[in-house]
Design a binder for this molecule. Sequence first.
Ligand SMILES: [Zn+2]
Ligand SMILES: [Zn+2]
Length: 202
Amino acid sequence: MSVKITDFETWEYAHDDAPGGSHGGTLDPVTVMYSQNQDGSYNHNFMNVPCPFDGCGSVSTWPVGGGADAVLGQQLFVTKTQSDGCPCGQIAAGRSDGVPESHVRLNCNRMDGPGRWQLDDQPAVQAQAMERAAPEQQAKPVQFQTVYQETDGLIVGLEPAGGVGNDLKVAVFHDQEEYDNLMRYDPAYVSADKRHIVGTPQ
Ligand SMILES: [Zn+2]
Ligand SMILES: [Zn+2]
């Protein structure tokens, strides 16, 4: 986690724990790539950030949950997904509406659970710690929005912070069980009656 992007406009980076002392500068975002699986396909849950400093050669792999720095790590995925799209094929490149972020947020929650997302104040579902809170606080209802493809119901995002375009729709759920289904099934789909989240297209 040591090579981190600190400015996503200029792609300034810092490599604080480099052997021989910290260094930094700017890097070319084209060199930042999703990690590859054994079969050569790209994995949308991990991203490699190579340090461009002369002679360094370090590569940091960031998880979509954000790893050692949740804000910078999650922003890295959002920025790359906006510009490059997602290698899973669900998000097209160059999308500037709320969809790329909602996709990263869904992947983040699947990896690290509720409460991990740091780019928005409102968690989709309260973290498990709330179970130990006073009863009146537990009463806060579960509510979350999913972004899905109208064609087959495939859910591509969670809690969009902006518009979702004409190709996608938003479905709202109020049930912890449906949230659990969204985490359990990957891919997950909105059911034909739009009331449930299921593991196979209907
Ligand atoms: Zn370095
Ligand atoms: Zn993806």
